[in-house]
Design a protein around this ligand. Structure first.
Ligand code: AMP
Length: 422
């Protein structure tokens, strides 16, 4: 019988990769904590109604990518396609905004039934942060951008990324601009590609970031949002730009940056790879969503947040091979109980110990330890067991010693210090 295969668009992360993942997650968690963000974990399963309207009825996610299902009690549920809306729901339900702005970060798998390709999966991981409640201050948007720049620098990928920012204005300004755009695109209907034609009435802003050559050409000549912005919106964005520029963050103003989801207003931002001119593979995007809480039945709460794709971040960041275990414990005649005791004593002192399973004489086991590049071999044979000792050998230079079992850790430490393995 053939092995049952993976579901399309899903993937297994194997031990050779998970170390890089954990390091990226740990760096991000530490970075977010330095800016006062606390971790929140929301469920993978949510009500379908939480997303349908908020993301936009005409967005690809809602129209064709949701993993939606009726559960056994006929409730309309789905696997979350993103975590901003659930985070706002959770913050509002728990009144986290009571003391002012709630700064929250999350990490976990999201699900969208997109067409799988390199860097695009149906289950993918996002890390994100949301600042919910308080005042809709430009300093909050700017601080998130500065925090992410610090993370890119720490992961040594800043030089390969390009930040674009745009101002989508207040909701009424965005809506008015949508009408202007729709009128413009209607005049060019014949030259637009099929998805753009369908979007003219439903979601004209989306056409601005079309990847179709002819459509993109028409979009480039479309009226800019700048003309629809009021003084308050301009002030907000000017302030964001001034704060990030003063912090040394480089950015491009990109009037065609609209982001995929409907809930954004004012600031939107996105990091893409510098050598990816068509912005196919954004690494991280976000913006302000001041009306979102009310749209899901919550209190009026301003908010600003972002999500970064961990699959893409790990692919960009430096990879480091997992370190070999510190000790290879050979089974050379001692009983399993004795071997286990020796291993546990070493582990208790912080050493990682690989216990040999199965047969093979001592020479073959030592060869395997060499191949695994373990620094130490711990030899426990019948003689060691009878004398209640262990023998240790540093494989790099063959230096050996022997010690009473209870001193095994000190003896190991005299030859090699435990490796930090995470
Ligand atoms: P979004 O929630 O669409 O704004 O996406 C935020 C980030 O999540 C993107 O910039 C990507 O890095 C990542 N992302 C979104 N969709 C996918 C996907 N299908 N596969 C892998 N990463 C994704």
């Amino acid at each position: 019988m053939a092995l049952i295969s993976l579901v399309r668009g899903m993937r297994d992360l194997l031990p050779a990769e998970t170390g890089d993942w954990r390091r990226a997650e740990t760096a991000a968690a530490a970075c977010f904590a330095r800016y006062g963000y606390g971790e929140i974990r929301t469920p993978v399963v949510e009500r379908l109604a939480l997303f349908s309207r908020q993301l936009g009825a005409h967005t690809d996610i809602v129209k064709k990518e949701m993993y939606a299902f009726a559960d056994r009690a006929d409730e309309e549920l789905c696997l979350r396609p993103e975590a901003t809306v659930p985070t706002v729901r959770a913050a509002a339900a728990a009144n986290l905004h009571r003391g002012g702005v709630a700064r929250l970060w999350y990490g976990g798998p999201m699900f969208r039934r997109e067409r799988p390709q390199k860097g695009r999966y149906r289950q993918f991981w996002q890390l994100g942060a949301e600042a919910i409640g308080g005042a809709p201050a430009a300093a909050i948007d700017a601080e998130q951008i500065i925090m992410l720049s610090a993370l890119w620098a720490e992961l040594k990928i800043g030089g390969r990324l390009q930040l674009a920012v745009n101002n989508l204005g207040a909701p009424a300004e965005r809506a008015a601009y949508g009408k202007t755009l729709a009128a413009y695109f209607r005049r060019h209907l014949g030259d637009l590609d099929e998805p753009a034609r369908a979007a003219v009435d439903e979601n004209p802003l989306r056409i601005l970031d079309s990847k179709d050559e002819k459509t993109a050409e028409i979009a480039a000549a479309a009226p800019k949002i700048e003309s629809a912005l009021g003084a308050g919106s301009r002030r907000h964005m000017d302030s964001v730009k001034s704060i990030i520029a003063a912090a040394g963050v480089e950015f491009l103003e990109e009037p065609r940056l609209v982001r995929g989801l409907d809930y954004y207003n004012l600031t939107v931002f996105e990091w893409t790879l510098k050598d990816d001119a068509r912005r196919q593979n954004a690494l991280c995007g976000g913006g302000r969503y001041d009306g979102l809480s009310e749209q899901i039945g919550g209190p009026p709460l301003p908010g600003c947040g972002f999500a970064l794709g961990l699959d893409r971040l790990v692919a960009l960041a430096e990879s480091r091979a997992a370190a070999a275990p510190d000790c290879f414990l050979t089974a050379a005649g001692a009983r399993a109980e004795y071997c286990m005791r020796a291993a546990e004593i070493l582990r208790g002192a912080g050493f990682s110990v690989w216990q040999h399973g199965g047969g093979g004489n001592l020479a073959r086991q030592l060869k395997k330890a060499d191949a695994m590049k373990t620094p130490l071999a711990i030899i426990v044979g019948t003689e060691e067991e009878t004398q209640n000792t262990v023998s240790l050998k540093r494989l790099r230079d063959g230096k050996q010693c022997s010690a009473p079992l209870e001193n095994a850790a000190a003896a190991a430490a005299s030859l090699h210090s435990p490796t930090e393995n995470i």
